[in-house]
Design a protein around this ligand. Structure first.
Ligand code: SAM
Length: 286
């Protein structure tokens, strides 16, 4: 995008027959890593924008919806999360939110592509501000291998903050991977995964939950939330538990007294995300 006059960039979502567009000032950077193409733009109204293989990943303006729900919903659902692993999450926004929890003692972020984090450090420094927290480990490896080698019963919460189930992320949405997650989780452990759009990709959520069930997870809750720059703007995360438990119960008083600021997540927002609209509840039988 050579011209500096604003032009529109649209991401077409073939599977939903829709698109999302942002008015851009200029292209800032681009890198072809061994895994994916990462592009960075400056927009007129949404700050910086990261695309991976043409899919919008992060904007300055709206990333908080996703990062806050992917971190705080599972962490306040867990009784006392101490050791957290993020698979993917290379923009570091989820890591920053996880580290706001004073009870968390270790947070590992394992993304397959170091270039995503290097670009985030340059163009989303605010998302990377906790990378040097002594509790944080930012590493680069295939999350599939990482989880396969994780020590049994060593993790309290696993957050799968990956791209869509294609390319390097495809293997993060199947039974074999979920079996390694189950083994790595401590009793009371939770897995949370970005579960795409309940409006346009309900079958993917059902397939995910089916594979999680086959892997041995026993209870599930899908929490919808807004995410404007993703397909349909209506996104979700799905929490799965190792043991039978009611995932509509969470540490509401702790969430209400959270010792940190957020832009979207509150105890009431969490509670409201547990009230599913009929079309979602019917499909998920939740
Ligand atoms: N919020 C975004 C979404 O919902 O699509 C995800 C953001 S984050 C940038 C997605 C990350 O997943 C990317 O950095 C990508 O490198 C990483 N990823 C994809 N496959 C992976 C794998 N097998 N192991 C670890 N990270 C992976």
């Amino acid at each position: 995008m050579a011209s500096s006059s604003p032009t529109w960039l649209h991401e077409n979502f073939d599977h939903t027959g829709s698109a999302f567009g942002l008015r851009m000032v200029r292209k800032l950077d681009e890198v072809q890593s061994p895994f994916q193409k990462i592009e960075m733009y400056e927009s007129t109204d949404w700050g910086n924008v990261m695309l991976i293989d043409g899919a919008m990943m992060v904007t300055t303006r709206d990333n908080f919806f996703y990062h806050e729900m992917m971190a705080h919903a599972p962490l306040y659902t867990h009784a006392d999360p101490k050791d957290v692993v993020i698979i993917g999450g290379g923009d570091c926004g989820t890591l920053r939110e996880v580290l706001k929890h004073p009870g968390v003692r270790t947070a590992v972020q394992c993304d397959i592509d170091e270039q995503v984090t290097r670009m985030a450090e340059k163009y989303f420094p605010e998302l990377c501000e906790s990378n040097n927290d002594p509790r944080a480990t930012v590493m680069f490896d295939d999350g599939i291998a990482y989880m396969k080698n994780a020590a049994p019963e060593s993790i309290d919460v696993i957050i799968v903050d990956s791209t869509d189930p294609v390319g390097p992320a495809e293997g993060l949405f199947n039974q074999a991977f979920y079996e390694t997650c189950l083994r790595a989780l401590r009793p009371g452990g939770l897995l949370v995964q970005q579960s795409e759009s309940p409006l346009a990709l309900m079958q993917l959520i059902l397939d995910m939950r089916g594979a999680m069930t086959d892997a041995g997870f026993v209870d599930f809750r899908t929490l919808p939330f807004p995410q404007p720059c993703y397909p349909t703007g209506y996104w979700s995360c799905t929490i799965a538990s190792k043991e039978k438990r009611d995932l509509t119960q969470f540490r509401k008083a702790d969430a209400a007294a959270k010792p940190f600021d957020t832009q979207y997540y509150t105890a009431d927002i969490h509670q409201s995300a547990l009230v599913l609209p009929p079309f979602v509840a019917r499909a998920l039988k939740d």
